[in-house]
Unconditional design. Structure first.
Length: 255
């Protein structure tokens, strides 16, 4: 049985973590399936937005501890390859031209919290709980710190990874770990609406926005502005821009 499902419609690719009996924990098979879904979506001419959710009550409990336990006697090379599988998922999300939205309910822990944090937009159910409890089992939240340090403040980020404490959705939003919190009765509709609204926007403009947003990371002020100038000129050459400006001009003439 597949651990990750992918459904497409209306310009949205719905990636569903499908191991509710395991709280959608990620083992090597699940990570590989998730990466393959993302690679397929990257080449799709119809998908404009990706939405990642989990079946059942939880988003993702992180690494499958039973699978890790079975690897106790594995070689260092095997452990590295297993870790790399999830690292490849995080890189694929960042490099995907389409924006990626996470709809998080229940627990998003360890690698599952990292998965939500790796997405471009993370919407949380009011019951969501986030955390990096790896240290409590003698593990290290190694890869997930890459995303966490880019979203939360240094002091808040270190406390989370060093203590392993869990936080609620409102605190996660306050420190920048997620985008916003949604009330239970509106959660499903608002998450789907967010993805649908993104899918209705000019695809070229959204993709260029995502590319420029992350390309500016690590650049100097002048380098970032130079990239923005190039992106501005690139956007002006698109059909969507010309049509949008024409519509705006026609509305102005009618007023």
């Amino acid at each position: 049985m597949k651990r990750v499902l992918c459904e497409e419609g209306g310009g949205v690719a719905n990636i569903i973590l499908a191991r509710p009996e395991k709280k959608n924990a990620l083992d090597r098979v699940a990570a590989d399936e998730l990466r393959l879904c993302l690679e397929h979506i990257r080449e799709s001419p119809t998908v404009r937005v990706v939405l990642i959710t989990g079946q059942g009550n939880d988003f993702c409990a992180g690494a499958d501890l039973e699978a890790l336990s079975a690897m106790r006697d594995a070689t260092p090379e095997q452990h590295r390859a297993d870790a790399q599988a999830l690292g490849d998922v995080f890189v694929a999300i960042r490099n995907l031209p389409q924006p990626v939205v996470a709809g998080v309910q229940g627990h998003a822990l360890a690698g599952g919290c990292g998965l939500a944090n790796a997405c471009d937009i993370a919407l949380a159910h009011e019951n969501a709980r986030f955390g990096y409890p790896e240290v409590r089992v003698g593990f290290v939240p190694a890869m997930v710190m890459t995303m966490l340090r880019r979203s939360a403040g240094q002091k808040q980020a270190f406390e989370l990874v060093a203590t392993g404490r869990l936080i609620d959705a409102h605190e996660a939003a306050r420190i920048g770990l997620i985008t916003r919190v949604i009330a239970a009765e509106r959660f499903k509709d608002e998450v789907e609406q967010c993805a649908a609204q993104l899918a209705e926007l000019p695809a070229e403009a959204v993709r260029l926005t995502k590319r420029l947003f992350y390309e500016s990371e690590g650049k100097s002020f002048a380098e970032s502005l130079a990239a923005g100038v190039a992106g501005n000129a690139e956007a002006r050459a698109t059909a969507a821009f010309r049509e949008g400006v024409a519509r705006f001009s026609r509305r102005g003439e009618k007023q």
